[in-house]
Design a binder for this molecule. Structure first.
Ligand SMILES: Nc1ncnc2c1ncn2[C@@H]1O[C@H](COP(=O)(O)OP(=O)(O)OP(=O)(O)O)[C@@H](O)[C@H]1O
Length: 263
């Protein structure tokens, strides 16, 4: 299925992102037009400081956009309150301060917060969503372990399970493979691909793992010089979008293998 024929989950229209410095708005990128369908896995790539995190924070409602609109399932959420957004988007921030003193199951249960009452009492529906999320990423056997006992790779799976328990049409992750070895980087990105395929959720993540993203993602958004180029790996390769991504004195994009290589 392609986004031309399937249901669009996230759409941005002429979005401009940036940050506020005192009273001034500093623009990082503009005219961002993304369109992500259900079941699609999409990576945001670009060199350090290109604006990947700012884009993800804007879409998650943490910071305001400068201009433009964005929609989830055709609903304009550009001005939505965080409590409403929590039912539309789940956000996974690797560096987020989460208490590692919780057990795996307790941390995954936090994903149900948008649905629980003010005491946080879990209903049968919440409990089955938590169990299902742990099964989807293979955490059932370690659900009683404390998070401080886990490896970085296992902990990343817990954060992904929490996002699944939140049960939103869109999951956003900022650099989900940081601190992981090559095997676990591939494992986590492949897990995200399986989740997008099996659940129909749209998944958008920022990464520096361009070679893996090229192999696994349906589409990529390339941030460069305040602009975003968006398309399938094949489209972007034919547009030579990767050629000028980094200074070519050290690494270059090899079209034959569709990967970056050291000179
Ligand atoms: N609140 C802020 N105050 C000052 N500068 C900011 C602020 N937010 C973002 N920036 C600047 O905007 C640019 C984009 O930052 P951002 O964190 O989005 O980049 P990134 O692509 O995620 O980088 P990295 O790959 O290093 O994580 C950087 O130059 C950053 O210093």
């Amino acid at each position: 299925m392609t986004s031309e024929t399937s249901h669009i989950v996230l759409e941005t229209r002429e979005l401009e992102i940036g940050y506020r410095k005192k009273k001034e708005l500093i623009s990082i990128a503009k005219n961002i037009d993304l369109s992500i369908a259900e079941g699609e896995l999409v990576a945001v790539i670009g060199e350090n400081g290109s604006g990947k995190s700012t884009l993800l924070k804007t879409l998650s409602g943490i910071i305001e956009s400068i201009k433009g609109q964005y929609f989830i399932n055709s609903k304009d959420i550009s001005k939505s309150e965080p409590s409403e957004l929590a039912k539309e988007i789940s956000l996974v921030l690797t560096e987020q301060s989460v208490s590692r003193n919780l057990t795996v199951a307790e941390l995954v249960a936090l994903g149900r917060q948008p649905y629980t009452n003010w005491i946080g009492r879990l209903t049968q529906k919440d409990l089955s969503a938590i169990m299902k999320a742990m099964q989807q990423v293979g955490l059932e056997d370690i659900r009683h372990k404390k998070c401080y006992e886990l490896s970085d790779g296992q902990f990343q799976k817990v954060l992904i399970a929490r996002a699944l328990a939140q049960d939103t049409p869109l999951i956003i992750l900022d650099e989900p493979t940081t601190h992981l070895d090559l095997y676990h980087k591939a494992y986590v990105l492949n897990l995200l691909k399986q989740i997008s395929r099996n659940t129909g959720k749209a998944i958008l993540f920022a990464t520096h793992e361009i070679n893996l993203a090229l192999q696994l993602c349906d589409k990529l958004a390339i941030l460069k010089d305040g602009k975003v180029q968006f398309g399938t790996p094949k489209e972007l390769i034919s547009q030579e979008a990767f050629h000028s991504l980094f200074p070519e004195s050290l690494i270059y994009f090899d079209k034959t293998s569709s990967s970056f290589k050291v000179k």
